[in-house]
Design a binder for this molecule. Structure first.
Ligand code: SF4
Ligand code: SF4
Length: 335
């Protein structure tokens, strides 16, 4: 569509309003920054998710989220809002720790008996008008619609993922209250809700985290079909309902194990700890966790490090490499 600028009865200029190369370049900048999506741990911000299979895929880095530049910029905006609210609170005399004073690092918590489950809080604060107690501080921004819903119905009902996230934090930091702040993206209105610790809820979350972390196969599906409401917009739909394969990395390899001390090991030859860097890179001996492959297993050779599937498809060194397996499966299905 073109835009005409009218001055009196003079039609002056023809300006394109659809193509915005400068804006596109800004978005591309965010994409090129290549924000790391592979979190080493299972984070609190995801744990309230109902589909445990989705959590398994995420913890195992099965596919990269499709974050376009605009979305990445939106995440950065959320961070700016968080800093602004912390400043607002400090300006009115609230004491906020958003970093560990001794190390300068973010304030992180984790499960002592399962360090793979961890997360970082926005802050810990004291001096609110409502209470003298120390609180977990959590800051979010929301569209006008969700802002008003949170005001009317509360965080638990409208944003259960946020509710679960702060329950995890309260358990780790042994605090019983959260000061949850939400900022309206349209009007800049601020709303706060104090959330109390729910011990049973938080302990159930910890149990759920362990189930996801120590499972050696994808957990049960939440939706009944690809068109189920929960699956329609899920990043893992192709893996769940079609022939999509996970990205090869140590996290999707049958030789890897998440250990109880928080490390990962490779058992390909002798057992050894693999660093986060190595996990991301994987190696040429990668073989998929069989339940990530949409074919029947017919055999395996632990010494050779291979798994054989129906149709004579063998995944492993010297046979079909993991990077080529999806292509091979699709090719055989077409034939
Ligand atoms: S597609 Fe559905 S069942 Fe599969 S991970 Fe996503 S939400 Fe869960
Ligand atoms: S065999 Fe390779 S890809 Fe698999 S866990 Fe070991 S190092 Fe990682």
């Amino acid at each position: 569509m073109d835009l005409y600028i009218i001055t009196g009865d003079l039609k002056m200029a023809l300006l394109p309003i659809q193509h915005q190369p400068t804006v596109d370049k800004i978005y591309k900048y965010y994409v090129d920054k290549n924000i790391e999506w592979r979190r080493p741990h299972l984070g609190s911000s995801l744990l309230g998710e109902d589909c445990q299979r989705k959590l398994f895929y995420s913890f195992r880095w099965c596919s990269s989220p499709n974050f376009i530049g605009r979305m990445q910029r939106l995440f950065a905006t959320g961070k700016i809002e968080e800093e602004r609210v912390i400043n607002d609170l400090r300006n009115i005399g609230v004491c906020v720790y958003d970093r560990d004073p001794s190390s300068g690092k973010q304030l992180s918590g984790f499960d002592e008996d399962c360090p793979h489950h961890s997360g970082s809080v926005d802050g810990i604060a004291q001096g609110f008008e409502e209470s003298k107690e120390w609180h977990i501080l959590e800051v979010k921004s929301a569209s006008n619609k969700y802002f008003n819903l949170i005001k009317k119905q509360g965080v638990l009902k409208i944003k259960p993922l946020y509710y679960a996230q702060v329950q995890d934090y309260m358990r780790w930091f042994k605090l019983t209250r959260t000061f949850f702040v939400v900022v309206n993206k349209d009007t800049d209105e601020i709303w706060s809700e104090r959330i109390y610790y729910d011990k049973d809820f938080a302990e159930n979350l910890a149990t759920k985290a362990k189930r996801v972390i120590f499972s050696d196969a994808p957990l049960e599906k939440l939706g009944d079909s690809e068109s189920s409401f929960v699956c329609k917009f899920c990043d893992y739909s192709d893996l769940c309902w079609h022939c999509g394969l996970a990205l090869p990395s140590c996290r999707s390899c049958a030789f890897s194990t998440p250990e109880v001390d928080g490390t990962w090991t490779c058992g390909r030859r002798e057992k050894r700890v693999i660093s986060e860097f190595e996990q991301k890179a994987g190696c040429e001996n990668h073989i998929f966790i069989p339940n990530l492959v949409p074919l029947e297993v017919v055999g395996s050779d632990p010494d050779a490090g291979t798994i054989e599937y129906e149709g004579g498809i063998v995944n492993g060194a010297g046979f079909i490499k993991s990077v080529d397996l999806e292509k091979e499966i699709l090719k055989r299905k077409i034939e």
